[in-house]
Design a binder for this molecule. Structure first.
Ligand SMILES: Cc1cc2nc3c(=O)[nH]c(=O)nc-3n(C[C@H](O)[C@H](O)[C@H](O)COP(=O)(O)OP(=O)(O)OC[C@H]3O[C@@H](n4cnc5c(N)ncnc54)[C@H](O)[C@@H]3O)c2cc1C
Ligand SMILES: *[C@@H]1O[C@H](CO)[C@@H](O)[C@H](O)[C@H]1NC(C)=O
Ligand SMILES: *[C@@H]1O[C@H](CO)[C@@H](O)[C@H](O)[C@H]1NC(C)=O
Ligand SMILES: *[C@@H]1O[C@H](CO)[C@@H](O)[C@H](O)[C@H]1NC(C)=O
Length: 417
């Protein structure tokens, strides 16, 4: 007997989960509200994959060598202090064993999606509601086809909520759950130099950040911190976390619309706090955008009724400072797939319990680590500590900034070995 699963959300977590469940022998449908399959675009965002995630997705994709071609290995992590008034930077800590691979979000998403059988993902399907059958053995999902406004019902054995940090599936079980605003937002962008290799801006940034092609730089300044690294094909990704009040949003989005004026104000502030080479990169970025940063206390559980389960950002909204959210989505998917395979479709209860027991404690600690690291780098109060000051911090104190301190660093759950 084959189990049938509906996955809500077709981003990295949902698509990864579809691969893992198919590998476990399940029949899978993914409902994604976005109306069309994504096409690779030059703007957008870069994300990090650690060695373990990189390995886990290899068997899911049709042409593993393509993944190699679209990722850039970053071997060194630099934490630096920037003094905008002097145009200078100073290294605070350096990790030569960083071991990260960076890939453009849409490149990775497309590769994972195109490796699925074509009928698996239903685009333009907005999840509306779920209900249990009377004997609680199956779940009925109602979705709306956005192109026609028709509704469809799908009955399944397992519903997976992979619908991101504002998850509607989570809302069904935890209607009062709220996200926690971090105190800052992220300005970000990707700049593409592929058809402009002789760009003066590119030469200047490479001179100011000598190891740019193989490193990830974290610059700490008087107005938050910046993450800077290269992506494959002469693209540079930057993110600037800036403390500010919680912005207001359009319904169901954590990305705010930015006006021309907001972008100009951002550039003007950048002139004061970052080195000129970095400011030029920011200024030449087309359409920088703004993400508000949220996370949440641990939900305490990841499944309900033995047939609804959460993965990815829906299960554990997290700030980006551990560079783990993609990695966590992939790991959630792989572990869920293994648990379902181990217990079989007739034993969903123990399978979901095992998934939860493996992932809940790890996610909880990683969320708290990431929150703390973000607050340290943004010079926000952290309980039991002075505000971190990059200009006076000792070498020992600077070590707390490093990503390798994240709990469960490189730990592979035994069920995946
Ligand atoms: C454009 C983009 C850029 C990103 N850049 C980075 C990065 O640089 N670094 C990094 O670490 N992470 C980045 N992320 C986030 C990272 O990909 C995710 O945090 C992580 O992979 C976990 O994603 P997720 O699949 O759990 O959630 P999300 O990526 O938030 O996906 C949720 C999906 O569910 C869909 N959905 C929501 N509600 C419904 C509904 N009711 N019905 C149907 N579908 C629904 C959404 O349309 C979305 O596709 C990015 C995400 C996006 C979308
Ligand atoms: C994700 O990163 C953590 C370290 O924070 C590591 O223990 C884990 O193995 C990684 N998982 C995947 C899927 O890469
Ligand atoms: C810093 O760089 C800017 C832009 O290039 C320049 O105008 C300014 O004079 C420089 N400041 C110092 C202290 O060098
Ligand atoms: C779907 O409904 C929306 C508003 O509810 C309406 O604006 C739109 O025209 C409808 N589309 C179709 C194809 O009926």
């Amino acid at each position: 007997m084959k189990g049938k699963a509906v996955i809500v959300g077709g981003s990295i977590a949902g698509i990864s989960c579809a691969h893992a469940l198919i590998a476990a022998g399940w029949e899978v449908v993914v409902l994604e509200k976005t109306t069309a399959a994504p096409t690779g675009c030059a703007t957008g965002a870069g994300l990090g994959l650690d060695t373990v995630s990189f390995k886990l997705i290899q068997p899911w994709i049709k042409q593993p060598e393509v993944l190699d071609r679209m990722t850039l290995p970053l071997t060194v992590e630099y934490e630096q202090a920037t003094d905008g008034s002097k145009n200078s930077t100073r290294t605070l800590a350096k990790d030569p064993n960083f071991n990260f691979k960076v890939v453009h979000w849409s490149d990775l998403h497309r590769l994972l999606y195109e490796s699925l059988p074509s009928e698996v993902v239903l685009w333009g399907h907005l999840f509306l509601s779920l209900s249990m059958s009377e004997d609680k053995s199956s779940v009925k999902v109602v979705a709306k086809l956005l192109q026609t406004n028709e509704t469809v019902e799908i009955v399944c054995d397992l519903l997976v909520g992979a619908d991101g940090s504002l998850s509607s599936v989570r809302k069904h079980f935890l209607p009062d759950h709220k996200l926690r605003y971090s105190g800052y937002c992220a300005w970000r962008g990707v700049i593409d130099y592929s058809d402009n290799e002789n760009s003066e801006t590119l030469k200047a940034i490479k001179k100011a950040y000598l190891d740019l092609g193989k490193s990830c730089y974290f610059d700490l300044g008087s107005e938050g911190h910046v993450v800077l690294h290269e992506l494959i094909n002469r693209r540079i990704n930057w993110v600037w976390y800036l403390n500010q009040q919680e912005p207001t949003f359009e319904r169901n989005s954590l990305t705010t619309k930015v006006s021309h004026e907001m972008i100009e104000n951002m550039y003007e502030l950048a002139e004061k706090v970052w080195i000129p080479e970095l400011v030029k990169v920011m200024r030449e970025t087309k359409e920088p955008f703004l993400n508000a940063i949220y996370d949440s206390e641990s939900l305490g559980q990841l499944y309900w009724n033995n047939n609804v389960v959460l993965i990815g950002d829906a299960a554990h909204p997290i700030t980006p400072h551990g560079a783990r959210s993609t990695n966590m989505s992939i790991l959630d998917s792989a572990v869920l797939g293994k648990c379902l395979e181990k217990w079989g479709p007739q034993n969903l209860g123990p399978a979901l319990e095992e998934y939860q027991s493996i992932r809940l404690p790890v996610a909880k600690e990683q969320v708290l680590f990431s929150r703390r690291l973000g607050r340290i780098k943004q010079r926000l109060p952290v309980s039991g500590h002075e505000i971190f000051d990059p200009t006076t911090a000792s070498e020992e104190e600077c070590k707390v900034l490093q990503l390798k301190n994240i709990p469960y660093h490189n730990g592979m759950p035994s069920i995946l070995m």
